[in-house]
Design a protein around this ligand. Structure first.
Ligand code: ADP
Ligand code: ADP
Length: 229
């Protein structure tokens, strides 16, 4: 069954089409990759799917529900969570890990917050000793683990990953990818992952959309891209 369907989606910035009639279908439990050169529209597509960016034309269906692209819609914010490349950007440096994990729980009206925070930290391999650290006191890898915990804690169905390991050292990259893969299996999540790193994509994804100048030029099994390398 389809987790997410994007049909002929167009996003225009000041007359410039950052997305030009893009269509993508992702199945439940699939790990779907998006590749393409810088400026081809990958981030715009993810942001439109989360409701952070409006779209002027086309349609978006998530988990059987349609979404109106002309206005922001916060109702998807729980179901579709996003992890960004740079955890500095999404984690306030002067907040404790505890606060960072509490915030989404409060926004989405979850109870038993202590239990959920402890469990989320455990899931990403950080002990409860991290609860009262400030995010600026964490390493890049630890910070990205907190970003993943912050996404998982509200029990999403789809995780959008925008270059989730590009800012990390190679050894830490593998740890974060394994952590994500484990979470995907345990929680039956659907992944949509943007990366410029074909190694990361082939490790994580089954199918890949190739973007160029705002369009999806092809959608292929990941093996097809590996053969071209
Ligand atoms: P990618 O993620 O593939 O690098 P982006 O989705 O970030 O590409 O950007 C696609 C195009 O849209 C780029 O040309 C970029 O400059 C432009 N763009 C992205 N966001 C905005 C914005 N908020 N306002 C104007 N142009 C934008
Ligand atoms: P990415 O690393 O995902 O390719 P970019 O470095 O292209 O992202 O863009 C970083 C941010 O700047 C994005 O959030 C995008 O919306 C914004 N942006 C990119 N191009 C433009 C632009 N021409 N005008 C305004 N904002 C832009």
């Amino acid at each position: 069954t389809t987790a997410l369907s994007v049909r002929d989606m167009t996003v225009v910035y000041n007359g410039f089409a950052a997305l030009d009639r893009v269509s993508v279908d992702v199945s439940h439990g699939e790990s779907f990759g998006i590749v393409g050169e810088s400026g081809s529209g990958k981030s715009t597509l993810l942001r439109a799917v989360t409701g952070l960016t409006c779209f002027q034309e086309g349609s978006l269906t998530v988990d059987g529900r349609s979404y109106d692209g002309r206005k922001r819609d916060t109702s998807f914010y729980r179901t579709v969570q996003m992890v960004f490349q740079d955890p500095y950007g999404s984690l306030h440096p002067r907040q404790t890990v505890d606060r960072l994990l509490l915030e989404p729980l409060v926004i989405h009206g979850f109870d038993e917050v202590d239990r959920r925070i402890a469990r989320a930290l455990d899931e990403v391999g950080l002990g409860s000793g991290f609860r009262f650290r400030y995010s600026h006191q964490l390493s890049g890898g630890q910070r990205q683990r907190v970003a993943v915990a912050r996404a998982l804690i509200v029990e999403p169905k789809i995780l959008l990953l925008d270059e989730p390991t590009s800012a990390l050292d190679a050894s830490i990259q593998a740890e974060i990818l394994n952590l994500l893969e484990q979470a995907r299996r345990d929680r039956h999540l659907t992944f949509i992952m943007v990366s410029h790193d074909l190694g990361v994509i082939s490790h994580m994804c089954e199918r890949v959309a190739v973007m160029k100048a705002g369009e999806v030029v092809e959608t292929v099994p990941v093996e097809a891209l590996e053969r071209r390398e």
